[in-house]
Design a protein around this ligand. Sequence first.
Ligand code: NAG
Ligand code: NAG
Length: 291
Amino acid sequence: MLPCINWLQPFLALLSSTLLTRAHNCPSSCLCPDHHTVDCQGQGLTRLPSPIPLDVRRLLLSDNWIPLIPSDFLVLYSDLVYLDLRNNSLSALEPGTLSTSSRLVYLDLGSNNLTEIQSGTFGETQSLIKLRLGNNPHLSLVEKDAFVGLTSLRELELERNGLQGMDVRALEPLTSLRVLRLEGNPWVCNCHFAKLFVWLTENRQKLPTGMEGLECSLPMDGSLISLSLLTEASFRECRGYLSLTDILIVIFSGISVSVVAIIASFFLASLVHCFQRLGKAGQTDEEEGND
Ligand SMILES: *[C@@H]1O[C@H](CO)[C@@H](O)[C@H](O)[C@H]1NC(C)=O
Ligand SMILES: *[C@@H]1O[C@H](CO)[C@@H](O)[C@H](O)[C@H]1NC(C)=O
């Protein structure tokens, strides 16, 4: 037995030193409770900690002052499943930063200072199930292709942002969506809102607050009204506004109807005239030469 242990010793030494190196890899001011978790919450960090173990799966960075994520971040940490960047100072996401991750399931970018979500921001993050983007008070634009590729996404949070409107096409690729939070935005119920309103009406079971919990301001006087008090008929005027071609068709069909009516009445009148003449001709056998 003993010789065997002697023989194993170098391997054990190697193993323990590898483990120690791993432990040393934990960034200072962070905790690494297990091999795959790095916890740096509320450490006053002004940039990403370093070095982060390459095989990290859960990275907790909330309540810091981190202003940006380098664009190759998720290429480097490709095992990342859970990324919490809540309550930091992010003001923009470099295009492509989040589009390379194939394992990410949970992403929290809430309580930052994002201003827009550009097309293709989340590219191929097909594994993403929960995306938190709420409490970004200057977030006023979600582009129509912002969430393309997020086919597994079940929960999307966009509450308490600065959204006055949103292109409904942004929501259409989200085929697995179960929960959508949109409350606390300064929505404006103008004609641009009409299509989103129809979508919300049809998907109201996905809204945790229901239509009652969503408010918009009316374009006429800016007064706030709950969406539950509006109907599709409230946006009726928008249809006339949208379909100029419809109006042209109505005008032209009106004109053609009157032209047809005029021709028809001429035809009828001459027919009647003709019969009258035939009748007279049969009675008296006169006036033939006049035609
Ligand atoms: C956000 O982070 C700052 C800095 O760590 C902290 O003081 C503040 O309490 C946090 N805010 C919330 C809402 O957690
Ligand atoms: C957040 O962004 C807005 C608009 O870009 C800017 O005016 C504001 O100073 C930023 N706030 C913070 C705390 O960085």
